[in-house]
Design a protein around this ligand. Structure first.
Ligand code: ZN
Length: 472
């Protein structure tokens, strides 16, 4: 599933993890539009001067033509005085209004939608911007990503680091989380699943509009919808509502197997909650698509999966661990992606350790002994835009956490993980902030430790200080 190919020792886990993400053909070009610049890897992502509070998305999708049309209203706070501002959207736009008044707009390039409000907006002012758009998302690629996933019976929006720009206008950076209210119109015999909870479904002239709403803000790339025919199973566990869905395009055998796997979701959430603290959202679940994305993705409250057999529980553990690390605690910048992937991968190891498999420490020491070459040349806290999904980001990230566990001891280690999830819930976190937090909780100087594991391009020395030998 991964193309990196350097890792052999835990291939089964990695394949099971299903964590590969999309191929990025090349790093972002150096051009930095005036309105952008949040993220050094993706300079066009996000937009200066705006803080989106809420997206109200109303899209319609036609399976036969692959055309999507929609209107999204964003509730925005101006973080500076604005005479012009950008949103990120790949689809062609036909109309824009700001607070109900028609606004001038242009597409300076394929990705940016530049909007000139009828009158300047003052700093701190809230305003609503409504964008009407239509096009065939399947025809759109941007910087090597062709992210639309659909056939004539099923569609699911799942990708990272980008997905929003294929179906709604966004301030497309994980740094700007907002509430999502998603309405999707498809033929009345199709179902729609999205983030959060289903609010309503109305049928008119053979078309059904299904509305989903998520209570907690999310990064735009974590918003999703799927439409098609699904077998749905739902319930409530420890007070938490859950809903899982599996594509009816799968064979009966596969569908039943995927359903068995999806139904493990509530018990895995409960297991994770005992280690990581309270589950951060109001609902949970998962969706298995017949389409073949080649990876699973941690869409907020409802991860999406390719067809997996019911033995691949660690993949579900991985995506649900992301609800704490990646979704609740968000990235400020993509270079820190090990804070998502290393953490989710470590939780796979820990699941294995506590479910009859080898201890995570053994996994760490086996990797340490067996991995060589380019694996150790990846700088975990700055892998480069084209290497965000390299094995080293996942595996060396997880090794760093197990090494930290060995170094500070089990009790302190879990205090760090729980505390990090709690203190940064609903906020962004950076590598520097995590290091500072870990050192504070452990009452130890950990600069050398983190240098060895996440900042340096070499194999850490086999020392107790690096968590590679029992402390004295
Ligand atoms: Zn992941």
């Amino acid at each position: 599933m991964r193309s990196a190919g350097v890792l052999v020792t835990s291939l089964a886990l990695l394949v099971g993890a299903g964590v590969a993400a999309p191929a990025l053909a090349a790093p972002a070009p150096a051009r930095v539009p005036v309105a952008d610049g949040h993220d050094s890897y993706f300079p066009e992502d996000g937009n200066r001067g705006i803080d989106v509070q809420r997206y109200k998305i109303a899209d319609a999708y036609d399976f036969a033509s692959g055309r999507l049309s929609g209107t999204t209203t964003l509730t925005v706070t101006a973080t500076q005085a604005l005479s012009v501002f950008d949103l990120d959207l790949l689809l062609p736009v036909s109309a824009v209004s700001v607070d109900g008044q028609s606004a001038a707009f242009s597409k300076p390039d394929a990705h940016e939608l530049r909007i000139t409000p009828p009158s300047p907006i003052g700093r701190g002012q809230d305003f609503k911007v409504t964008v009407t758009y239509a096009g065939a998302p399947g025809d759109l690629c941007w910087q090597g990503e062709c992210d639309w996933l659909a056939d004539r019976h099923e569609v699911v929006t799942m990708n990272e680091p980008h997905m929003a720009a294929w179906w709604f206008p966004a301030d497309d950076t994980p740094a700007d989380a907002a509430k999502m209210d998603i309405s999707i119109t498809v033929p009345a015999d199709d179902q729609v699943i999205a983030n959060g909870r289903q609010i309503s479904r109305t049928v008119d002239a053979g078309l059904a509009t299904t509305r989903w709403k998520a209570r907690d803000p999310m990064a735009p790339y974590l918003a999703f919808f799927a439409a098609g025919h699904f077998t749905v199973s739902k319930g409530r566990s420890h007070g938490l509502p859950w809903l899982v869905a599996v594509s009816d395009q799968l064979s009966t055998v596969d569908r039943n197997s995927a359903l068995r796997l999806m139904r493990k979701t509530p018990s895995i959430v409960s297991w994770l909650s005992q280690r990581l603290g309270r589950y951060p959202f109001e609902t949970v679940g998962g969706l298995t698509t017949k389409l073949d994305p080649g990876f699973a993705l941690e869409n907020q409250t409802r991860p999406t999966y390719p067809m997996l057999d019911d033995e691949q529980t660690v993949t579900v553990v991985h995506e649900l661990a992301h609800q704490w690390f990646g979704d609740s605690v968000r990235l400020a910048k993509w270079r820190d992606v090990w804070l998502n992937e290393g953490f989710a991968t470590f939780l796979e190891w820990y699941w294995t350790e506590t479910h009859g498999g080898p201890p995570a420490e053994e996994h760490l020491l086996d990797d340490y002994a067996q991995l060589s070459g380019s694996f150790w040349r990846t700088r975990v806290d700055d892998p480069g835009a084209a290497h965000l999904w390299d094995t080293a980001v996942y595996e060396r990230g997880a090794m760093a956490l197990q090494a930290l566990r060995t170094r500070v001891g089990d009790k302190v280690f879990w205090r760090i993980l729980r505390g990090w999830a709690a203190t940064r819930a609903g906020k962004t976190g950076t590598t520097a902030q995590f290091e500072k937090y870990a050192a504070k909780v452990a009452h130890q100087h950990l600069a050398g430790f983190f240098n060895a594991w996440v900042h340096h391009r070499t194999r850490p020395a086999m020392t107790a200080a690096n968590g590679l030998a029992p402390a004295e």
